[in-house]
Design a protein around this ligand. Structure first.
Ligand SMILES: [Zn+2]
Length: 303
């Protein structure tokens, strides 16, 4: 029985791969972030048996070719050849896929992108990420970072107009002006502080916007302008049929509608239907994507 894992900074979710290709979640445990031996023990304890392969969705960058993970919020995995080390420690085959890629794959195969040629799944949450699936195939790209549109100093939040008062925010990757630094939930909070001098959570800000509060509305407007500008370049480049969204901000339908309208107004193609929509697997894309990847990789699983 293949066990699938969705490994995040706080929790390890696990589930059993079913014959129909879905993954039935079986539970979750706290992630032992600082302790490799405890991490290995937690994975072994959650697996259905002690020999079958396991498939992991990891909340961080992962390069297939080197087998090395880049996941700063789970220190015991960070910069470690985690694929090789886990296979050795567990004595079984291991598959690892980045969580944004897992989400995009799940959407393309069984979600909002089913039957569509180009699916660009995006994460809007504690960070900004994404994954690209073309004709059912996950595009990994050089270094395994295809679809990671959150980094690179491309945003100029000081461009004036409705953006007056914003700053160049530093990003965790070492640059400033990254999409991740401005368009994540934390980015929305930074924008609010710059514009209004008060600190609110992203939930409080969107709540204020829903209540037609002028400050909250100005923040969400600036946020949506910056996000749609960046996204429009991606839309023109990739030609996606759909952009399913996951992450903490994907639960706000009105926010996604706003981002969708602004993005479609900036792109070359005329989309008759909403393009930026909540993913079917917005809450469990990691597990479901790990399951799909496992069915494609491990031959003992009936396809
Ligand atoms: Zn960055």
């Amino acid at each position: 029985m293949i066990t699938c894992f969705d490994i995040g900074g706080s929790f390890i979710r696990h589930g059993a791969l079913q014959e129909d290709g879905t993954v039935a979640e079986t539970g979750r445990v706290a992630t032992p972030g600082d302790d490799w031996d405890a991490f290995v023990a937690a994975i072994a304890a959650c697996a259905a048996d002690n020999h079958s392969p396991i498939s992991i969705s990891l909340a961080g960058a992962f390069d297939d070719r080197s087998g090395i993970a880049d996941v700063a919020n789970i220190p015991c995995l960070h910069k470690r050849p985690v694929l090789q080390d886990l296979q050795t420690a567990l004595g079984r085959r291991v598959l690892i896929i980045n969580d944004a890629n897992a989400f995009a794959l799940a959407e393309a195969v069984a979600g909002t992108g089913r039957g569509k040629a180009v699916v660009f799944g995006i994460i809007l949450g504690s960070g900004v990420g994404g994954g690209l699936v073309v004709n059912g195939d996950l595009i990994k790209g050089f270094g395994g970072v295809a679809g990671e549109w959150g980094h690179g100093p491309v945003v100029d939040p000081t461009a004036g107009g409705q953006l007056r008062g914003l700053e160049h925010y530093p990003c965790g990757c070492g640059q400033t002006g990254c999409i991740d630094a401005v368009c994540s939930a934390r980015g929305m909070e930074r924008i609010h502080t710059s514009l209004h001098g008060t600190a609110l959570s992203s939930k409080e800000i969107t709540h204020a916007w829903h209540a037609k509060d002028p400050a909250g509305s100005a923040t969400v407007e600036a946020y949506a302008i910056l996000l749609s500008r960046a996204l429009s370049v991606l839309v023109n480049t990739l030609g996606p049929d759909v952009i399913p969204v996951s992450g903490g901000l994907s639960g706000d339908g009105a926010l996604l509608d706003l981002i969708d309208r602004k993005t479609r107004a900036l792109v070359l193609a005329q989309y008759p239907d909403p393009l930026v929509i909540k993913g079917r697997f917005a809450e469990n894309g990691g597990l479901q994507g790990a399951g799909i990847a496992a069915r494609r990789t491990f031959t003992e699983v009936s396809a």
